[in-house]
Every structure is written in structure tokens, then in C-alpha cells.
Design a binder for this molecule. Structure first.
Ligand SMILES: [Zn+2]
Length: 122
């Protein structure tokens, strides 16, 4: 993944929480490199902060093809202080996507990824 292109496409912000600290931002893959559809393009990436990147990779947070953030039941039902409350607060909120439509996340890839979130999320 050419991280240098993904994060700026999102105005250098986390697509979920809008955090703007570059040192905490990653280019996350929607579909992993090992899969055929996991090509290193901007449309296969999301600019995410470290905590949202990890949560996305671990299926604790999913993004549906209509660009809505979904928090796993496991996190929603847990109660463990202010950071968790913050994570839960993004449930069913809209993803912030790039202003250039060509840079927005690919809905087909999100659909595939979201299906595994629904299957794997606990
Ligand atoms: Zn974030």
C-alpha cells in the first residue's frame, strides 16, 4: 500500500474519528494484500488512526458499503471507561470519505469485508 497517497486523500484525518495527528494515522487495507482484490490502490484503503485501524483489522469495527461505521456487539455491550465510550460513540455514524469521488473506498470491497465482519464479529 502506498500509504503516502491514502492518508492525504482523506485530508490527513481518520475516516472514523477525524483525528488529524499524522503520527497516529495509518493507511488501512479494506481487503488484505494476499487476496486478489487487495491491490494497493487508494480505493482499497482507509485512513484510520492507530486505534481504529486495529479495531477494524480485528473486526471490532466494520464499515458497510454505504459508508456507515458499525461497532461490534462485543464492544457495544462492554463497559470499561472513557476510551471504550468514545469507540462506541461512532456506531452507525457516517465515515468521512475523500472529497474526490475517485478516491473514495470501493463499495464492492467494503461489501466483501463487511460480510466477514458480520460473520466474525462477536
Ligand atoms: Zn480514529
Amino acid at each position: 500500500m502506498r500509504e503516502t497517497r491514502v492518508v492525504p486523500a482523506y485530508n490527513s484525518q481518520c475516516a472514523i474519528c477525524r483525528l488529524k495527528e499524522l503520527r497516529l494515522l495509518d493507511a488501512a487495507h479494506i481487503l488484505s494484500d494476499v487476496l486478489e482484490a487487495g491491490e494497493p490502490t487508494i480505493q482499497n484503503g482507509l485512513s484510520l488512526c492507530a486505534i481504529h485501524h486495529r479495531a477494524f483489522d480485528q473486526n471490532l469495527i466494520g464499515v458497510s458499503p454505504d459508508y456507515i461505521v458499525h461497532v461490534s456487539r462485543r464492544l457495544l455491550e462492554d463497559e470499561d471507561g472513557p476510551m471504550l465510550d468514545l469507540l462506541k460513540g461512532f456506531h452507525e455514524r457516517s465515515l468521512s470519505v475523500p472529497s474526490r469521488s475517485a478516491d473514495r473506498p470501493d463499495r464492492e470491497r467494503l461489501d466483501i469485508r463487511f460480510a466477514s465482519f458480520l460473520q466474525l464479529a462477536v
